[in-house]
Design a protein around this ligand. Structure first.
Ligand SMILES: [Mn+2]
Length: 354
């Protein structure tokens, strides 16, 4: 049996953030088309608890979605949700840790609603007697501590952690979490990610998951969201081919996004430039030309505030040679290490004494 999972919608009202409801509508429409009946929302369905969920209920009870069953597991933003608040018959709120099953031969599910000052491990331990090794699936909302080298600056601290030890001790087939908005998959743990980027920090295509309850296999499905954010930075090197180099960098970055024509229209781009330029005006013109098919995020302009003027011929030659050398050097590929661009920028600061 297949079920669908999403998380971190952060719904407000349709008036305020129509794109968030539209992302949910796209997910539910795709779920119906696949003949899937159950959708699990792994926390932060709502941006904050409210006294009235009538708009959400009316949305879920539309004719086309009426046969779906939506299971809401509260997250830290909507931890106050409780079953007594909703009358929509196809919406269920899970306010306490519980065991579930989907399909006759489906694996055992452990649902863990967010609880402040608690850990996922303590709830897993409490249910361990019914969790068979590699035959159960965790759905919760909080921090996977292994993935914490990229913490969310807007939510400091640790939220209901799941640790490597929890995974090793209790061996779930898969853990699917809400909380981090960036989609992520490790061997066991998946963050679904927010189905509609909330702001410029939530970039790229968004997704939801389809899970086979017998095998535990997950499949990503693209959410056709109203907006796609891209937030990019570039290093400017004042060598002879400065403008060409920047244009080439931008073209490569845009190619990497692999956008369809329709998606280009939905993209909102923020770009920043760092380094040293021999002609900032020419640089600006080249950048605007390179991005002419795109709209900028909140009508911002490309940011050149970190680009200084460089006109010393000797320093220019040094910068050119350093850039060439760096391009030929292999560096370790790791999220925790600076990338080539950052190394190049630091080298330029040394050369120009910036
Ligand atoms: Mn959260």
């Amino acid at each position: 049996m297949l079920i669908a999972l999403t998380a971190d919608l952060h719904l407000t009202t349709r008036l305020k953030n129509p794109e968030r409801y539209n992302a949910l509508a796209d997910i539910l429409t795709k779920v119906v088309a696949r003949d899937i009946a159950t959708v699990i929302l792994a926390g932060d369905t709502f941006d904050e608890a409210s006294g009235n969920y009538a708009e959400f209920e009316a949305f879920c009870q539309q004719e086309k979605f009426r046969n779906l069953r939506l299971i809401l597991i509260p997250g830290n933003h909507d931890s106050q949700l409780n079953p007594g608040q909703m009358t929509a018959k196809n919406v269920e709120i899970v306010s306490k840790a519980c065991i579930r099953a989907f399909g006759e031969n489906g694996m055992t599910f452990l649902f863990l609603p967010y609880l402040k000052d608690a850990t996922m491990g303590e709830f897993i331990a409490a249910h361990a007697s019914v969790l068979k090794t590699n035959q159960w699936i965790l759905v919760g909302h909080g921090d996977w501590t292994e993935g914490m080298h990229e913490p969310d600056p807007s939510e400091p601290g640790i939220y209901m952690p799941l640790t490597r030890t929890d995974i090793e001790n209790f061996l779930p087939a898969r853990a699917i979490l809400g909380h981090l908005h960036k989609p992520m998959d490790s061997d066991v743990v998946s963050y679904v990610g927010s189905p509609c980027g909330l702001d410029i920090r939530e970039t790229g295509r968004r997704r939801f998951l389809i899970l086979d309850t017998e095998s535990g296999a997950v499949e990503s499905q693209v959410v056709d969201s109203d907006i796609l954010h891209f937030n990019e930075s570039f290093v400017v090197v004042p060598a002879g081919n400065e403008i060409e180099y920047v244009k080439q960098q931008i073209a490569e970055r845009i190619r990497g996004w692999q956008l369809t024509k329709k998606e280009i229209g939905k993209a909102r781009v923020q770009v920043r430039f760092y380094g040293y330029s021999s002609n900032r005006r020419a640089l600006q013109e080249a950048v605007l030309e390179s991005f002419k098919a795109f709209r900028f995020y909140r009508d911002s302009e490309p940011d050149f505030s970190e680009v200084s003027t460089a006109d010393d011929a000797n320093l220019l030659e040094i910068a050119r040679r350093v850039k060439e050398r760096l391009q030929q050097t292999e560096f370790p590929q790791d999220d925790r290490q600076p990338d080539k661009e950052q190394i190049l920028l630091q080298a330029l600061h040394v050369i120009y004494g910036g």
